[in-house]
Design a protein around this ligand. Structure first.
Ligand SMILES: Cc1cc2nc3c(=O)[nH]c(=O)nc-3n(C[C@H](O)[C@H](O)[C@H](O)COP(=O)(O)OP(=O)(O)OC[C@H]3O[C@@H](n4cnc5c(N)ncnc54)[C@H](O)[C@@H]3O)c2cc1C
Length: 290
């Protein structure tokens, strides 16, 4: 099933993002987690792709296994520093496995400045989108969108323009980084519509699971969080510990999901962090769309 077709139905849905467990011994538990989340009837599941190509094989193996479980899958694929040949091989494997969707990303530049100098075929995600469209035309292609502009973007306007360029290069839809304030999402949609972009943009929702993981994720992603929410999480941690943070996170995420869907978001891309309990409780509180 192509995600582009699914988005045309107009029915709201959950999609679920997973990361490949680092160790193969964790895979049976991981597939158990995915299985238990099927109760949310995910429209599709996505599988992240390690920066620098580290988990290239794992992404492929996990995607194959999830496709064999009957799920609609969307592996992520980064292209910075990758050769055309390696990208082509990855996409060939996906096609052979019956995968019809891919999230086309540039990826982060390597930490090592020597590696940063390396010439590559792909400079931006839009280069990858064009490549996939020209050689694997049947794929449904997603790209990343940033409510808080990407750290390398010079301005909000330049950031929105870069996303417009990759959507117009042949992507079908975008998935946003974490949304903590639904108003920011709707404002972003208005900005993109004003630029003439009418393709679907899915909001990404992360149920806050602990203060430590929230801090780590904010540092990595660079996205904004309302100060009031952050202070509430800190206060919950101070007075009630990790359990109180989790309860507050579930209440907040379920409220956010309702506001996003009520406001017309096409669906919710849930950053699961490979956790069952929290996601099921969030969905139970928010209701299963569709
Ligand atoms: C939903 C989502 C999923 C992600 N999954 C992964 C993952 O699995 N693995 C991983 O390693 N990373 C992942 N990332 C992170 C992503 O790889 C980084 O944010 C990366 O630094 C940028 O990737 P991009 O595809 O957005 O790049 P691009 O769209 O190429 O943008 C990168 C920067 O270049 C600018 N730019 C883009 N096009 C142009 C142009 N034509 N001219 C001038 N400037 C331009 C943009 O404004 C931006 O500042 C994900 C991000 C999101 C939002």
């Amino acid at each position: 099933m192509k995600i582009a077709s699914l988005l045309k139905t107009g029915r709201p849905f959950y999609s679920l993002e997973f990361f490949p467990p680092p160790d193969a011994s964790q895979w049976p538990d991981f597939f158990g987690i995915v299985d238990s989340l099927r109760v949310l009837r995910p429209a599709f599941v996505s599988v992240t792709y390690g920066a620098g190509g580290g988990s290239h094989d794992k992404t492929l193996a996990i995607t194959r296994a999830l496709t064999a479980m009957g799920l609609v899958t969307m592996p992520h694929l980064t292209c910075l520093g990758a050769s055309e040949e390696s990208v082509r091989t990855f996409l060939d494997h996906l096609e052979d496995a019956g995968v019809e969707n891919v999230l086309a990303l540039r990826g982060d530049p390597p930490q090592d400045p020597a590696l940063r100098q390396r010439e590559g075929r792909f400079c931006h995600a839009s280069d990858l989108v064009r490549f996939i469209r020209s050689e694997f035309s049947s794929f449904s292609i997603g790209v990343a969108a940033y409510l808080t502009p990407h750290p390398e973007s010079a301005s909000f306007a330049q950031d929105r323009l870069a996303t417009k360029i990759k959507l117009e290069a042949g992507a079908d839809f975008a998935v946003s980084q974490l949304v903590f304030d639904p108003r920011e999402y709707f404002e972003y949609i208005d900005q993109m519509r004003a630029l003439g972009v009418d393709k679907p943009i899915l909001p990404g929702v992360l149920p806050i699971q602990s203060l430590e993981s929230l801090r780590r994720i904010l540092a990595l992603s660079g996205c904004n969080i309302p100060a009031k929410l952050y202070l509430a999480v800190e206060e919950a941690h101070r007075t009630g510990g990790p359990q109180a943070v989790q309860e507050a996170g579930i209440a907040y995420a379920s409220g956010q999901i309702r506001r996003l869907l009520d406001g017309g978001a096409p669906g919710i891309h849930l950053y699961t962090l490979n956790r069952t309990d929290v996601c099921l409780r969030v969905a139970a509180a928010a209701g299963i769309p569709g």
